[in-house]
Design a protein around this ligand. Structure first.
Ligand SMILES: [Zn+2]
Length: 62
């Protein structure tokens, strides 16, 4: 782990102001800690990596 902070990260102006993660390893760490609820997405304009909600949400709710 490192000291990178999600809440203090830059926001990407091209992706609904998603937080910009500095690299794939950091993104993968968040995905792992989310228990599968988040997925890592490379920024389409080359601004690093973002986190998005995973689409597959098993379960009867909604
Ligand atoms: Zn972006």
């Amino acid at each position: 782990m490192n000291d990178w902070s999600y809440s203090e990260s830059e926001r990407c102006p091209a992706c609904d102001h998603r937080a910009v993660l500095p690299d794939a390893a950091t993104a993968a760490g968040f995905v792992a800690r989310s228990g599968g609820r988040l997925a890592a997405l490379p920024c389409p304009v080359g601004n690093g990596w973002h986190l998005v909600r995973a689409r597959a949400e098993p379960g009867p709710n909604r």
